[in-house]
Design a protein around this ligand. Structure first.
Ligand SMILES: [Ca+2]
Length: 47
């Protein structure tokens, strides 16, 4: 369950630094984003 943003919060940043799945290994160095609006690891989203 996500909480609403408090007033005065202009943006939030989401970061993925680990994912687990059976049979797979996570390689953070392979993070990328084809459309370029993030660095493949973190993205900041404005209100
Ligand atoms: Ca993107």
């Amino acid at each position: 369950m996500l909480s609403p943003l408090n007033n005065g919060v202009d943006s939030v940043t989401f970061t993925v630094d680990s994912i687990t799945a059976a049979g797979y290994i996570y390689y953070d160095a392979d993070n990328h984003d084809p459309d370029g609006d993030s660095d493949g690891t973190s993205i900041t989203v404005s209100r």
